[in-house]
Design a protein around this ligand. Structure first.
Ligand code: ACO
Length: 335
């Protein structure tokens, strides 16, 4: 049986910090409101020179370094994003052009759930024997599509990228189970109107069409609390494991209250729940791989440990998977 072990991880965020104090000067909000309702204290936002591609490439290079590989070793690049630099030309091709190499390349679109969706797709390619080494990137620059006069959304989001390298292995590592779900009837709760082919001239008519992200926060909150815990529990069961077997819960970083509710549902103590949204806010598809890379870098789990990755977001869509961690010492299958 071929498995898709995670052998490298990396992340990248813009240098520019937008703090709650900065936002207090921009809209009618307070640090106290933002921290108590969301847990977010600051976020990174794109500045001059930052693009979706530059962040994705930086995270990918870090992941390749950890894996001890170069772009020439990679045979497939899958990028999860809802903010590609261009609509025609996949983000994955833009990344490949800068990284080098000749990997096949395509994008996956599932908003904040995108990275976990992409991880499942990439793992299948390896498990089926179609590819040996795959780079999976979650990247978003949602702050370019945020209305900074709308206090209900502008305090929530940040930009960034996270990446993993998957390699074929004969050891039981990588994704052990996956739960994917979507409810398109909830699409009106979180969307960006006029940001697509339906209104092709929208980009030129920003002031008239307002293509900014719009959200019914309370609906998304209720959906997220229900789905995060349920999907994570189902993924653990599908993997043939018990909740006690989970070393670390790596959730989408949207709201501390949502994460805490899911952790309570799963009976996980705080030390088993990775949270970094206080520093980055909601980075959409980058959120889970950034959290994973930070926790790994921090030595929060070891080879062979079981992790739960879970995300939810626009769609409405959700995804949860159990990953058995393996970086150092995972014997690789020969080409
Ligand atoms: N500062 C101060 N007050 C605010 C702010 C703000 N930034 N934003 C809203 N308020 C006010 C509202 O106007 C409202 O005032 P009112 O009572 O006078 O009408 C009050 O605060 C309460 O608003 P609620 O929307 O009820 O606040 P809630 O406790 O639900 O928190 C929040 C709002 C943080 C948005 C929450 O609903 C949430 O986190 N929802 C989920 C969001 C999410 O996870 N999105 C995922 C996106 S993923 C993707 O795919 C992009």
């Amino acid at each position: 049986m071929r498995h898709a072990a995670i052998t490298g991880y990396g992340m990248a965020v813009p240098q520019k910090v937008l703090s709650n104090a900065d936002l207090e000067r921009m809209v009618d909000t307070t640090d106290e409101w933002i921290v108590s309702r969301t847990g977010i204290r600051e976020r990174r936002v794109v500045g001059t020179g930052d693009t979706t591609t530059s962040l994705a490439v930086a995270a990918a290079r870090n992941a390749l370094t950890v894996a001890g590989l170069t772009a020439d070793d990679i045979d497939l690049i899958v990028v999860a994003t809802c903010t590609p630099d261009q609509f025609v030309v996949s983000e994955a091709c833009l990344v490949q052009a800068q990284l080098g190499g000749t990997a096949a390349a395509f994008d996956v679109g599932a908003a904040c759930s995108g990275f976990v969706y992409a991880l499942s797709v990439a793992s299948l390619y390896i498990q089926q024997g179609l590819h040996q080494r795959v780079l999976v990137i979650g990247v978003d620059t949602l702050t370019r599509f945020i209305d900074y006069t709308d206090r209900a959304t502008c305090v929530l989001f940040g930009d960034g990228a996270g990446a993993v390298v998957l390699e074929a292995s004969d050891q039981e590592r990588g994704l052990l189970s996956i739960v994917l779900g979507a409810d398109g009837t909830g699409s009106q709760h979180l969307f960006a109107p006029g940001w697509g082919a339906l209104v092709p001239e929208s980009a030129m008519l920003v002031s008239e069409t307002r293509p900014y992200l719009q959200m019914n926060g309370q609906e998304v909150f209720r959906f997220a609390v229900r789905v995060m815990g349920d999907a994570a529990a189902e993924a653990v069961e599908k993997a043939g494991l018990a909740l006690e077997d989970i070393a670390m819960f790596v959730p989408h970083q949207a709201n501390k209250r949502i994460i805490d509710a899911a952790a309570r549902r799963l009976n996980l103590p705080p030390e088993k729940v990775w949270q970094n949204l206080d520093r980055y806010g909601n980075t959409s598809a980058a959120s889970v791989p950034i959290a994973l890379a930070e926790a790994a870098h921090d030595g929060r789990f070891e080879e062979g440990d079981n992790l739960v990755l879970v995300a939810f977001g626009a769609g409405l869509a959700w995804a949860a998977g159990v990953v058995r961690w393996g970086v150092a010492g995972v014997p690789r299958l020969n080409q």
